[in-house]
Design a protein around this ligand. Structure first.
Ligand SMILES: Cc1ncc(COP(=O)(O)O)c(C=O)c1O
Length: 404
């Protein structure tokens, strides 16, 4: 019997390298540590996962059953890049109901709002263009802008969110193309930008020439306080605000359904970019979501979820004074999924994570959320995935881990 000789690797010519933008995105030590939090005994405040027991499994299953039984040829077929007309119309009607006049044609359905971010980065940004973001900022937005080769600059702010005066100074100095903001129940801080600041941000964009991406996956998860109007609803900036929405936090993230509402030329460019990316978002998921909206009461469902999330937020707020070292401060979000803590400046939450995870609890260190100089004493906690009892136990472990 003859055995084939393996080809010596030294005979192989080297492969051409990855693109520079892919090479620059390295591994992350934080991701390596957080990988161990998949162990079932870990109480994981790090993931941004909606509570799975609150998914309306029955309602979503019925919507899929109905569209597959009644229109299987359509549900399983290719669709248009812009999205299923019935879903676009329903999304437009929901926005109009919340005070933002919208036509179905203004809406592009996306594969999660994360895809909307990549599409916008593709069609708006040249390598080297400047993007302004909040300090701190949603991590995967930093990634999307980084992939496009953008220079990302953080706008200073305070506990209410970004500071419009600082924004205007940066716009004058840095000549950015766009501002990316999550004004309501921000990821990672949970803070909400007040209406006066929204008006001021819209005014800066109008006067100084700036696109705004207003990302709002959490706005409907309000537990208390008054709804604040979208930046997109201020007349001055109507032609330059892109509003992003998502079913991930109000229906289910596995559906991968998001949308963008954008002015004509920009939206048409996003349609072409989306065609190149994935042709269209899954037809069956779009039809099922439209069916769900027609047959069920999504707002009532979201109200139930928000009621449970409120109890969980309160459980976390109740346990933090005992868990965090003296001198720590934290946000008190009126909705959403996250809160943000700042420990005394001698603490480095990235360094401490390994030790804390050994106590079977996890958070996300704050540093990766910063464009530019990070505040290393900060951390993000997700308060919605565990029950109040588990949150109490998790905070007890966190306290132990931080005390060493
Ligand atoms: C601020 C923000 N934008 C966008 C996304 C992406 O959501 P989607 O599941 O719609 O892609 C998230 C997810 O956590 C988020 O926090």
């Amino acid at each position: 019997m003859t055995v084939a000789e393996p080809v010596p690797t030294s005979a192989s010519a080297p492969l051409p390298p990855l693109a520079a933008r892919a090479r620059s995105i390295g591994g992350s030590p934080v991701r390596d540590i957080l990988a161990v939090t998949a162990r079932p005994e870990v109480i994981n405040f790090a993931g941004g996962l909606p509570a799975p027991e609150l998914f309306d499994q029955e309602g979503v299953a019925a919507a899929f059953r109905d569209v597959l039984a009644e229109t299987p040829g359509r549900a399983l077929q290719y669709s248009t890049t812009e999205g299923e007309p019935g879903l676009r119309a329903a999304l437009a009607a929901r926005m109009a109901l919340r005070g933002l006049a919208t036509d179905a044609d203004d809406v592009l359905v996306t594969t999660g709002s994360q895809q909307a971010l990549s599409l916008l980065a593709t069609v708006l940004l040249e390598p080297g263009d400047t993007v302004l973001v909040e300090r701190p900022c949603y991590l995967a937005a930093l990634q999307a802008f980084g992939f496009a080769g953008a220079r990302v600059v953080a706008v200073p702010g305070d506990e209410e969110g970004l500071d419009p005066e600082a924004l205007e100074e940066l716009v004058i100095r840095e000549r950015p193309k766009l501002l990316y903001t999550v004004p309501t129940f921000q990821n990672p801080t949970g803070r909400t930008l007040p209406a006066e600041r929204r008006a001021a941000v819209a005014s800066v964009a109008a006067r100084r020439g700036l696109w705004i991406i207003e990302d709002d996956p959490y706005g409907e998860l309000r537990f208390e306080g008054e709804r604040v109007p979208w930046i997109a609803s201020y007349e001055e900036a109507r032609d330059r605000v892109v509003l992003l929405g998502s079913f991930s936090k109000v229906m289910a993230p596995g559906l991968r359904l998001g949308w963008l509402r954008a002015p004509g030329e920009l939206r048409r460019a996003c349609v072409v970019a989306k065609q190149a990316a994935d042709l269209h978002t899954a037809t069956v998921n779009q039809l099922a979501a439209a069916r769900y909206l027609a047959d069920r009461d999504l707002d009532a469902h979201v109200g139930r979820v928000a009621g449970v999330y409120r109890e969980r937020r309160d459980a976390m707020l109740g346990g933090l004074p005992e868990a965090l070292p003296a001198g720590s401060t934290w946000t008190r979000p009126e909705g959403g999924m996250f809160l943000w803590a700042r420990l005394p400046s001698s603490y480095d939450t990235t360094e401490l994570l390994g030790r804390v995870v050994r106590h079977d609890v996890a958070y996300v260190p704050g540093a990766p959320f910063y464009a530019g100089e990070p505040d290393r004493s900060t951390l993000r906690l997700c308060f919605v995935t565990q029950t109040p009892g588990e949150i109490g136990e998790g905070l007890r472990r966190l306290g132990e881990g931080l005390r060493g």
